[in-house]
Design a protein around this ligand. Structure first.
Ligand SMILES: *Cc1c(COP(=O)(O)O)cnc(C)c1O
Length: 248
């Protein structure tokens, strides 16, 4: 990446990519929400993106997010929680975020609903589905999704909006496409069953074009806009360790 590239220019480049992918799929770019994933990035980077016109941001780790937010309270950012959810963190997640993408168990949904402050609008929810079947991945198994959705849609203080997935990290685009397509099919099935859903949250820096072709309505983009992460997140450390043990 050339040192002269700015957050603003990368943001524009990603918007152009979204528009192109949408057009090739016969969709309108307006149907697609861009969420900027700001994990590991300092508040100044978030502010830079805000100044370039970005309003929706996603964080993965509660501690990190809560440390970052005070420096940004002057900006009416729409904060999404996109990371794995531990049950002892639900209270502060539901108090500090507008959306949560990673709901994958009844217990977590119940706790988010119970603690959502009455002064705030309902918490907007996506259910995370494990479309790759990897044991290490968060997400409800596809065959248990219907049951989870039926429970969540009845909870007060939550508004079920759609589904989210992180497919397998692979360069095999056919495999990725089939996992995105599986999520779209599950989404379509729920809608046919009467759920009023409008959000299919899938696609990251590397695979957003395929995700959009497969129906994504929200793409979550980090490095393509904010640059390389400041440090590796646990999932990335695990991948690195796995690679090392293969080469040893
Ligand atoms: C980090 C992250 C992203 C963005 O990833 P990039 O590859 O940096 O675009 C999207 N979704 C989730 C859940 C993430 O953790």
């Amino acid at each position: 990446m050339e040192p002269t590239t700015t957050v603003a220019s990368r943001l524009q480049a990603v918007k152009d990519r979204i528009a192109k992918a949408a057009q090739s799929a016969g969709r309108s770019p307006d149907e697609i929400t861009l969420l900027v994933a700001s994990k590991t990035q300092p508040p100044e980077r978030v502010r830079e993106a805000w100044q370039a016109g970005q309003t929706v941001f996603g964080e993965n780790y509660l501690q990190e997010a809560l440390a970052k937010m005070p420096a940004l309270t002057d900006l009416p950012i729409e904060w999404h929680f996109i990371g794995p959810i531990q049950s002892n963190k639900t209270k502060r997640i539901t108090e500090n975020f507008v959306w949560v993408h990673g709901v994958d168990r009844i217990k977590i949904a119940d706790r988010l609903a119970k603690d959502r402050p009455a002064s705030l609008p309902p918490l907007q929810i996506c259910l995370q589905v494990n479309v790759s079947g990897e044991a290490s991945k968060s997400g409800v198994a596809p065959e248990e999704l219907a049951q989870l959705a039926a429970h969540v849609v009845r909870l007060p203080r939550l508004k079920l909006r759609g589904l989210m997935a992180v497919p397998e990290l692979t360069t095999a685009t056919a495999l990725q496409r089939s996992q995105f397509h599986m999520l779209w099919e599950l989404y379509d099935r729920l809608k046919k069953d009467g759920y009023e859903l409008d959000t299919l949250s899938m696609g990251m820096s590397e695979d957003m074009d395929i995700a959009i072709a497969e129906g994504a309505t929200t793409v979550r983009i980090g490095t393509a806009i904010l640059g390389p992460r400041r440090y590796l997140i646990p999932e990335e450390l695990a991948i690195q360790a796995a690679k090392k043990s293969v080469t040893l």
